[in-house]
Design a protein around this ligand. Structure first.
Ligand SMILES: Cc1cc2nc3c(=O)[nH]c(=O)nc-3n(C[C@H](O)[C@H](O)[C@H](O)COP(=O)(O)O)c2cc1C
Length: 400
């Protein structure tokens, strides 16, 4: 069994104390001037194994890289002379109020990155006025996360034990979750070679707090050349999940249902037909099918299909590759109603706990409001009307 070091701030964390920007400023969080700056801050403070768990994708990581390339390749045609003296980015996402068209994506086991884990991220999301998505695999029980006062959505993985699924749904309702986000792209876990090479396993102190009474699981049993988290997924998740289960679920919850992890317009249409309040175009941040279409590529056809048939009754959200306010603008210009922010929030958590997350979210808001103004958009309706074209990616492999 491994004793994987956990992130900065814990009793037993490893990694360098001073992030690169910390050498230049007494307050490295304040010195970070963009969301993307936090990648460096987080990386210097985390060991290689944890960094790879966070940043890694499946197989050859083509989709992981493609997600960034595709957003970077979306070029917006700004409007001018539109009076942008005040820009309003507030909206409603899946019926929850949001200060920006952004919700925090579900990310498993956040205490790996900071002892306060999910509590720190949820508090930062609450302070920023953004919904926080609690993962089925959160390392703090969902009831404690809800007690932070954050607007929560609950993300559901389909477990082999249907009674346990129902129990999670009822607990999510009881804590006041405002949406149920069913993740549909993990029938089995993608082959994440970085984790397999490290023999990645959870340290004994980090547990799936919502499951199995929060005890030890296969996710803690280190196997050479394999990922213990993948082994746990294989034993706990049901690869047999189908549309019939979605119908079964819909009949058993009063929460708005969101299907996360689809790319095909036909799947999005079927979700909307079944009454989904939203779909999330997502490839799980390149962690599942390597070779799946980048989200920015898949998004327009999903928007066209769902908007045409269902109008605003089913929102289209997107994740996988959002790294700053300009990406949020691009996503909305491509037709999304909002985005889920994934890895960057964890960069903030690793770099500085709640304050680090708060800084990431505040920079994201600043970047997005700036992008709105520069694109000539006083409101989100104007963002949705923006036209886009493409531009070649000149990132030279720097996909941040
Ligand atoms: C470390 C890590 C853990 C994740 N855990 C979950 C999870 O528990 N449930 C889920 O639906 N998605 C999970 N995801 C996927 C995210 O919700 C989101 O789809 C993805 O991070 C988007 O890609 P991006 O972070 O590159 O933008 C995880 C992603 C990462 C990087």
């Amino acid at each position: 069994m491994t004793t994987l070091p956990v992130g900065r701030g814990s009793d037993d964390h490893v990694g360098t104390e001073s992030p690169r920007m910390g050498a230049e400023s007494s307050d490295p969080l304040a010195a970070a001037l963009s969301v993307a700056d936090f990648a460096d801050l987080a990386r210097t403070g985390l060991g290689e194994e944890l960094w790879d768990w966070l940043e890694g994708g499946a197989e050859r990581e083509r989709t992981l890289a493609g997600n960034r390339d595709a957003f970077a390749g979306v070029a917006v045609l700004p409007r001018v002379l539109t009076d942008v003296s005040s820009c309003d980015p507030a909206c409603s996402l899946v019926r929850s109020p949001a200060a920006l068209p952004v919700a925090v994506a579900p990310i498993a086991y956040q205490r790996l990155f900071h002892p306060e884990g999910e509590l720190a991220v949820a508090r930062a999301a609450a302070d920023s006025g953004l919904p926080y998505t609690v993962s089925t695999l959160s390392s703090v029980p969902m009831e404690e996360i809800a007690a932070t006062g954050a607007t929560t959505w609950f993300q559901l993985y389909w477990l082999r034990d249907k009674g346990a699924v129902l129990d999670l749904v009822q607990r999510a309702e009881a804590i006041g979750s405002e949406a149920l986000v069913l993740t549909v792209d993990v029938p089995v876990m993608g082959r994440r070679l970085r984790d397999m090479r490290h023999g990645f396993a959870l340290p004994p102190t980090i547990r799936a707090a919502n499951l199995d009474g929060g005890g030890m699981s296969r996710a803690h049993e280190r196997v050479d050349g394999g990922s213990a988290v993948a082994a746990h997924t294989a034993s706990a998740f049901a690869p047999s999940l189908t549309w019939h289960d979605v119908e079964w679920l819909r009949e058993r919850t009063r929460l708005p249902l969101v299907l996360k992890g689809l790319s095909h317009p036909a799947d999005a249409l079927r979700a909307a037909e079944l009454g989904a309040a939203a779909v999330v175009v997502s490839n799980h941040g390149g962690r599942q099918l390597d070779g799946a279409a980048p989200s920015a590529v898949a998004l327009p056809a999903v928007v066209e299909a769902v908007e045409g048939a269902f109008g605003e009754s089913c929102q289209v959200l997107v994740d996988s590759g959002i790294r700053g306010g300009a990406d949020v603008l691009r996503a909305l210009a491509l037709g999304a109603s909002g985005v889920l922010l994934g890895r960057p929030v964890l960069w903030g958590l690793a770099a500085g706990g709640q304050a680090g997350c708060a800084r990431v979210l505040s920079l994201l808001g600043e970047e997005f409001r700036h992008a709105m103004a520069l694109a000539g958009c006083p409101d989100l309706a104007a963002v949705a009307r923006l036209r886009t074209t493409t531009m070649p990616c000149h990132c030279g492999g720097d996909h941040q």
